[in-house]
Design a protein around this ligand. Sequence first.
Ligand code: ADP
Ligand code: MG
Length: 267
Amino acid sequence: MLNTAPVNTAVAPISLSSNVEPSVQIRNLDFHYGEGDLFKQVLFDINLDIYPGQIVILTGPSGSGKTTLLTLIGALRTIQDGSLQVLGQELRGLNPKKLVQIRKSIGFIFQAHNLFYSLTARQNVMMSTDLYPQRHGNIAPARQAADILGQMGLSERVDYKPHALSGGQKQRVAIARALVNHPKLILADEPTAALDKKSGRDVVTLMQKMAKEENITILMVTHDNRILDVADRIINLVDGNLESDNVVNDNQAIASGDGADLRTFML
Ligand code: ADP
Ligand code: MG
């Protein structure tokens, strides 16, 4: 049910089609925090290609560098060594203006959903459309926000503030905010960590639907073995090294296989 593919994508990239440009292409990426006595390398020679429409789950022990890698891909940190291309653009050495531009094409979903508690669900989603006033057709941001909240099953909650929403509903607002600009890439850091089983499942099912319908690339960090079955591919990071990279062919088999196969990926 699993094909083990070589980690070193410079040798043999995992590709859905050799003609398709990867959404994310990483070559020989190192990263460190601090200098001098505080120097600490946290990523070592990462090579990775991720393709449009792929849902990639990134697992690994706490402190292994998952969030660091996500923030580098999201153009939220400066690339030090190696190459990192996102949506066809090399991030290394890019000027701040261009980096902001890249960030606009990425949807970020973090564990702490970072909603504004004084704003309604709709206004929270509109924060994205206000920041990035690209219109889809002639639809005004308020309408656009309500539409996407409706797609998240929140049409009854559009004008509620976060304190009146459940954890799952808040996370769906955060997802709506990430999706409202139709990003080509979604970076999600433990999006289900604070959710109960059903809410977690609903959230990832929604993300999966978006990925397949809109050919969006999703890179999601999770420790949650209940949602591994949405992955097309599971990558494991250990001590800043890509330890394994598995293309998952039979999603159902993973979903129901709570034995040895799953443990391969877990902490
Ligand atoms: P993960 O998300 O896998 O838990 P992180 O990417 O958050 O891992 O962290 C990787 C390593 O880098 C850890 O040892 C962490 O302590 C360290 N680290 C993370 N952020 C910083 C920072 N801003 N300054 C210094 N060290 C950091
Ligand atoms: Mg983390």
